[in-house]
Design a protein around this ligand. Sequence first.
Ligand SMILES: Nc1ncnc2c1ncn2[C@@H]1O[C@H](COP(=O)(O)OP(=O)(O)OP(=O)(O)O)[C@@H](O)[C@H]1O
Length: 248
Amino acid sequence: MTDGTAVITAAARAVDARKTYGTGEAAVHALAGVTVDFPQHAYTAIMGPSGSGKSTLMQCVAGLDRLTSGSAYIGETDISTLSKTELTLLRRDRLGFIFQQYNLIPSLTARENILLPLTLAGEKPDEAWLDEVVGTVGMADRLGNLPSQLSGGQQQRVAVARALVPRPDIVFADEPTGALDSRTGIEILTFMRRAVDETGQTIVMVTHDPHAASYADQVLFLADGQIVDRMANPTADRVLDRMKRFEG
Ligand SMILES: Nc1ncnc2c1ncn2[C@@H]1O[C@H](COP(=O)(O)OP(=O)(O)OP(=O)(O)O)[C@@H](O)[C@H]1O
């Protein structure tokens, strides 16, 4: 580039990311030097054995936790340099989150929960986009319900809509289908896939489930705090075979 403008191809990335819990002999190297790009407009799954560092990687890249050393970027923002307040604003304004437990506010209706990130940011919803997302997740006729009046699958659809409506730069999902039956899980994964294909959303998802990972464009495999493999265009069978190699 001659004009000094950087070309951004990664929605998020980590550079020699290290996270150590504890000290001395008790030290656990949850991330032991991870360098990775999460491409824009793509769906990336993170897999690996229990304790391999999946959640730690996601939390550190998403600004929910801090690295011990190395850097994590959202777009061109080096989040390791941000203050706590700046991180909170970055998460609110640029990121979406979907967790295994839906984390809805019990006293707010589905619509109010979906709009909460925009309400907190003092922004008005784009009603056409809201209708589209709500329609895509099939919740148009339940918007007045409280979470307690919705099934687990419906609550997760609300959580998916809440993550997508503000059009975040990137959505981080930690085991989004972990608490759902397989049919409802497939619906949620299909909505997330559609968000990438039809609206150019970027998604990073931690999962244990090879079938869930097969919805992604690529799967990153972590072991002992390091990325040990990457699979493009995954199928559930290929992911399962790769995971079996971690056993024994
Ligand atoms: N707050 C913490 N204090 C101490 N050790 C921690 C902490 N959080 C995570 N660890 C350790 O760091 C390592 C990586 O944990 P992490 O939760 O990232 O793994 P994971 O791959 O997401 O595991 P799982 O699939 O079981 O959720 C593990 O050895 C874990 O015990």
